[in-house]
Design a protein. Structure first.
Length: 604
């Protein structure tokens, strides 16, 4: 190691400067081990969750019904993946575009260098759910006609008119589609001032200043000039295990991130620098999601950065943010390394009352679980528990993308799904590498801080190179289903056939003083000995959008003694003695306004 680099590392360890992130961005390559950085916080051992009974009953069966459901449009991608831009798309989303109570599906379409130069492709495909789990492609009819190179999707009601709007990130520019009702959209990108540019990837909505209007964060990846393409396999940054591959992100310049403040009149102001979230170091931004990790009632922002340190922006309550990732222990992994971070999900997997963060990583790197240890002085600390939780080892050979904590069997404990797939088709001919098409991972929560690998439930499904994943109850039966994007192929719709007798509930929240879609609201449910909470999020997973309705498994409890809703404006509303096994619509300040019964539970 050179004297100059040694000096930089010493300065970093003493001053906690974020300049070390830039050092990592410059020095990590596909052929080199990540640079070790001394931990910026004192060692603190994790305190395990209180022992509890292990889960019982069979793991749910997931069946791919995409073809019979009508999801036959293919994502677009080149076969060879000669350029990094051809590997990173794309996201999927679940949202109800016409308020008929059934989830519709949106998929980013992707593109190729040649197609983009000829005008690009429709950014997304939108399927409307009709009856009996049948879907119709309504993209053109819906007015979703902007062309380009789609990357990700996120949903919110930015104008508070009661219809969910769609934001699409992409290479070369983004799109904002205003929903006029009945799944008919108007392209308001330029009018709203959110077209952006460069290589946009993640998107996440939140009302960060609690003024009743949702704002929009956009992460960006690398500077990529389609008219000056890097030569395949040309430098040390364009090789993987000795084989020539696409160039990037290592060795490429990154891009800053964007934050759009909603003015409330249909337009946005770009305020990232003023707010302190512009990322002047130009890390390689991918997955982004908001969550109140310190329980102070204000949304904070996590950004997964590929091969560079992650960001954790704490909300200062005044329109500005402070990056606490490094001092909080979530910028790097437990070994002090910046990993190839991509997909993100918040969740209280251990019933600690705090949101922990799970991040999917690149090949030969364990996926990372940052357990939220709570406040230590003025800092909220996280600990990397990937290996003790048993989530890390199974992920080591894989490249992870879309992910979420979700309760697959309604036992009241969050399980975990990960979609995988290599970025290099050349991996199939590379010694010592996992194949390009890879299996999915599924982990069952053992209720003691550890998980069991139950991925064998997917054994009969074909291998694919997958990216985004979206989670929601697609058929309103009380079980969480999964839509997964398969690169260059039609998506998968994994229907959850859970036959457990556990009770469950879903909440659709409607804001009045708060933003209409209640993005950022937190629901805490008490049922018997179970206490759980979750938040409504516009954007998560890998460049994807989950069902805005909050789902809770209730185990043997047929009633919730208390349901507490903290609305995005900070006000709290409490419901008592609420029956299980319904989909509830709760309007801010008015309580339950509608309930729809879920199907009867299986008899045991």
């Amino acid at each position: 190691m050179s004297l100059a680099r040694t000096t930089i590392l010493i300065i970093f360890s003493l001053s906690l400067s974020l300049s070390a992130g830039l050092l990592l961005a410059q020095s990590v390559s596909q052929n080199a081990a990540p640079v070790d950085i001394p931990s910026a916080r004192a060692e603190k051992k994790s305190v395990p969750s209180k022992p509890t009974s292990k889960p019982t009953g069979a793991v749910p069966i997931f069946r791919d019904i995409a073809a019979q459901a009508g999801l036959t449009v293919s994502h677009i991608s080149s076969r060879e993946k000669y350029y990094v831009v051809e590997s990173m798309s794309g996201g999927v989303g679940l949202f109800d575009c016409d308020n008929d109570g059934k989830l519709d599906i949106v998929m980013v379409n992707g593109s190729t260098v040649d197609r983009y130069k000829q005008g690009g492709d429709l950014l997304v495909t939108l399927w409307h759910q009709d009856a009996d789990l049948k879907f119709t492609d309504i993209t053109e009819k819906a007015g979703l006609t902007r062309r380009g190179w789609g990357m990700g999707v996120a949903v919110a009601d930015f104008d508070n008119d009661g219809n969910l709007d769609l934001f699409v990130t992409g290479y070369g520019g983004n799109a904002l589609y205003r929903n006029k009702g009945n799944c008919v959209f108007e392209d308001v990108t330029d009018k709203a001032g959110v077209r952006g540019g460069g290589f946009s990837t993640g998107a996440a909505w939140a009302d960060y200043d609690r003024d009743g209007n949702v704002d929009l964060f956009v992460s960006r990846y690398v500077h990529f000039d389609i008219n000056d393409l890097p030569a395949f396999g040309s430098t040390k940054f364009c090789r993987f295990k000795g084989a020539p591959v696409q160039c990037g992100p290592w060795g490429m310049e990154g891009e800053t991130d964007l934050l759009y403040h909603n003015r409330g009149d249909g337009t946005f102001e770009e305020v990232s620098k003023k707010a302190g979230v512009d990322d002047p170091e130009k890390y390689y931004g991918l997955g982004a999601t908001w969550g109140d990790y310190d329980n102070d009632g204000w949304p904070d922002l996590f950004v997964a950065d590929d091969a560079t340190p992650n960001h954790l922006y704490h909300n200062n309550h005044d329109g500005t943010f402070a990056d606490e990732a490094l001092v909080g222990g979530i910028a790097l992994n437990g070994e002090g390394q910046a990993l190839g971070s991509m997909g993100v999900t918040w969740g209280d997997y251990d019933h600690s009352g705090r949101l922990s963060m799970f991040v999917t990583e690149f090949a030969d790197q364990p996926n990372t679980l940052y357990r939220n240890l709570g406040a230590v002085g003025s800092t909220q600390e996280f600990e990397d528990v990937a290996m003790p939780s048993r989530l890390g080892q199974p992920s080591l050979p894989l490249v992870g993308w879309g992910t979420a904590f979700f309760d697959m069997d309604n036992d009241g404990w969050l399980d975990l799904f990960v979609a995988n797939g290599h970025v290099y088709p050349q991996a199939d001919a590379t010694s010592g590498s996992m194949t390009y098409r890879q299996p999915m991972l599924l982990f069952r929560n053992h209720r003691d801080g550890t998980f069991e690998d139950v991925s064998s439930v997917f054994a009969d499904m074909p291998l694919e190179s997958r990216r985004g994943a979206a989670f929601g109850d697609i058929n309103n039966d009380g079980n969480v289903d999964i839509v997964v994007l398969n690169v260059g192929e039609p998506p998968s719709l994994l229907l959850n056939h859970n036959d457990s007798p556990n009770h469950r509930v879903l909440f659709k929240l409607v804001g009045m003083k708060s933003n209409k879609a209640a993005i950022g609201a937190r629901v805490t449910v008490k049922a018997g000995k179970l206490v759980q909470f979750d938040e409504v999020r516009g954007g998560a997973s890998y460049l994807s959008q989950n069902d805005l309705r909050l789902h809770f498994g209730l185990a043997e409890n047929d009633k919730m003694s208390e349901v507490s809703i903290r609305w995005p404006n900070g006000e709290t509303e409490v419901l008592r003695d609420v029956a299980a096994d319904f989909i509830y619509t709760v309007v801010e300040g008015a309580g339950i306004q509608q309930k729809v019964a879920l199907p009867a539970l299986p008899e045991h």
